[in-house]
Ligand binder design. Structure first.
Ligand code: X8Z
Ligand code: ZN
Length: 599
């Protein structure tokens, strides 16, 4: 409501001379040109900064970031000048809406605000990139400590890594507070209540409905999470004893094999049931056995997309990507995919390790690159995904097709080693440990930010609000005491990186919808989790048709183009895990599942 009133205020402030639909078309064409021109240089600068962090590249990135913000804010205000103009065509109207809504961190018109905002944003990201934790007292980069969290089973050491890595956040707090202040002023100038309202505006529905959609989808899949939490807690209790992991209540956050407890697959060995749980292979071990290095892993990923009919990656992908961590400089290791020129200069940036989780991440990142290539023919403002969840879902959808039979086809697994149906529970449990904990986690990250941006969570309660959400949604608790001297959100890339996170929540649901639809198109009749669309060019063509739509149509149309449905739904994910959920329920009989929000 507030937003509507403010937009009207902007409309009233628009020039008195009557703008026409043709003016709107001309404005949009000019805006697209300006954005495209800015975008190529900006992408190159951001790339150099992220792959070579120095004071100089930080300064260049901050300067370029400020220019971009000023350009976007100017265009957003000009776009608002067309509010209420009659006869604007659907495509132009959609582009005007994107211009008004699409700024992650808007700045107000106060002189120097955009520059201050960009300097803070760059400093936050680089502080994260350069962050170190410790393992046995030795300094470790974020990338190394993330991997060590997956393989370490000594709770004193996992607590040390958790506590030391979370110290990376503390120095960011003052910057974060100021950043929120500036961005909120910018959001208000654009007619939004706060920056969180801008973030929620991009989903072809009223912002309030988007919050409800997240809650509805989370409620749909949460019972599965609670079952998995209960089962995992029991196994951790059996392994570590009551003093480390009690039988009831939340799980200690550092015992789940991941710094943020967002993906528990690395402790599959701890939870695997005897017999059915021995799935007989680990992708990391298979890759190592074949002497596959990081580049070879990316080649496997490319091979999957090629089998669906996508053109091979260009030579420049291989020469310009950062596939492993350079030894001699600071970089942002958190994986990302880039599209430098909106044509063919696509790249990934990863500090790849030869393990199963990076094999999935490679497919994830390549999903971004193939999406980018598929929509390059769209006009600049439609060069994006149907909504941001789609961009995150494509590669994950493809990775769901990495089944034992597929691994045989590409020569990674011996045919005789394919786990038989008696191992289905193990295979599903391994997948659930990877996918299901992401549901509450991906929902809470932006719940925290929405509260911060709206002011419901003041700076004096930043850390408490974070810890409370982690308890409420994930049922986890920090291994060491926390206070407002800490800033734990800063220890997760997307907070200092200012990457909205609800997209990953949507992606988690969407990837199973895509997978279920793709497997139906392929005529798959067996258990869903054994399906692989590898090599199916008809499914690939249909997928490409959706990707090629870019952001040109409201997302339900894109979803319908591939799946036939216009609704986001947790049903596909629940169907995939149905046999496991039934099994978990029998395993959990007699247990007091769940946790109370305030133990
Ligand atoms: O950040 C990512 C991708 C970036 S393109 C690697 N993901 C989220 C995360 O790591 O927290 C993918 C899963 C969720
Ligand atoms: Zn991604």
């Amino acid at each position: 409501m507030k937003m509507l009133v403010s937009l009207l205020a902007l409309a009233i402030a628009a020039p008195a001379c009557a703008a026409t639909a043709a003016d709107a078309d001309a404005f949009v064409a000019s805006a697209e040109k300006q954005l495209a021109t800015y975008g190529v240089d900006a992408a190159r600068i951001a790339w150099v900064n992220a792959t070579y962090i120095t004071d100089d590249t930080d300064a260049l990135a901050a300067k370029s970031g400020a220019e971009g913000t000023l350009l976007q804010v100017r265009l957003a205000k000009e776009a608002a000048g067309f509010n209420g103009v009659a006869g604007i065509g659907a495509a132009t109207q959609r582009k005007l809406d994107f211009l008004k809504q699409g700024i992650v961190l808007p700045a107000p018109s106060t002189p120097g605000a955009a520059e201050e905002l960009a300097t803070i944003a760059t400093r936050l990201q680089s502080t994260y990139g350069k962050g170190k934790g410790t393992f046995k007292g030795e300094p470790k980069s974020g990338n190394d400590i993330e991997a060590l969290m997956g393989t370490t089973r000594d709770p004193a050491l996992t607590a040390e890594m958790w506590a030391s890595w979370h110290k990376v956040g503390a120095p960011m707090r003052a910057d974060y507070v100021r950043m929120v202040e500036i961005a909120n002023q910018g959001a208000k100038e654009l007619g939004f209540a706060d920056t969180g309202a801008v973030w929620r505006a991009g989903y072809d529905m009223p912002a309030a409905d988007f919050e409800k959609l997240i809650d509805r989808l989370l409620a749909e899949v949460n019972p599965l999470y609670v079952d998995l939490h209960c089962y995992t807690r029991g196994k951790l209790n059996a392994k570590y004893g009551d003093a480390v992991q009690p039988k009831t209540g939340p799980i200690r956050a550092d015992l789940l094999g991941n710094m943020w407890a967002q993906d528990w697959s690395d402790i599959y060995d701890v939870v695997a049931p005897a017999g059915a749980g021995d799935i007989g292979y680990d992708i990391g071990a298979l890759l190592t056995a074949k002497n596959a290095d990081a580049v070879k892993m990316v080649r496997y990923g490319e091979g999957f997309y090629s089998s669906l009919g996508f053109a091979p990656l260009p030579d420049t992908f291989w020469t310009r990507s950062m596939i492993t961590k350079p030894a001699d400089r600071e970089v942002v290791c958190h994986a990302s995919a880039w599209d430098i020129d909106s044509q063919d200069d696509v790249r990934i940036k990863m500090c790849t390790k030869v393990n199963s989780s990076d094999f999935v991440t490679i497919h994830h990142e390549l999903g971004h690159n193939y999406y980018q290539r598929a929509y390059k023919g769209q006009p600049p403002l439609f060069q994006g995904s149907a909504n941001d969840g789609f961009h995150e879902a494509i590669g994950d959808f493809v990775a769901l097709n990495v089944t034992p039979d597929y691994l045989v086809k590409i020569g990674l697994l011996d045919a005789g080693k394919v786990p038989d149906p008696s191992k289905d529970i193990g295979l599903l449990l391994r997948q659930a440990m990877e996918k299901v904990p992401g549901m509450p986690w991906t929902a809470l990250v932006d719940k925290w930010r929405w509260g911060v941006f709206s002011g419901a969570t003041p700076p004096s309660a930043y850390n408490k609000a974070w810890t409370d959400l982690r308890l409420k949604y994930q049922g986890i608790t920090p291994p060491v005491a926390r206070s407002e001297a800490d800033f734990d959100p800063g220890a997760k890339f997307h907070i200092p990186g200012n990457t909205p996170y609800a997209r990953y929540f949507l992606a988690r649901v969407l990837q199973f919808q895509f997978y279920q639809a793709g497997c139906a198109q392929a005529g798959w009749k067996g258990p869903l989790h054994r399906c692989s669309i590898y090599g199916d060019k008809a499914v690939g063509a249909k997928l490409n048709a959706m990707l090629a739509m870019g952001a040109s149509k409201p997302w339900p149309e894109a979803l319908a183009a591939f799946t036939g449905s216009r609704e986001l739904s947790g049903k596909a994910m629940l169907a995939y895990f149905a046999p496991l959920q039934a099994w978990l329920k029998t395993q959990n009989k007699g247990q007091q599942c769940g946790w109370s929000a305030r133990p």
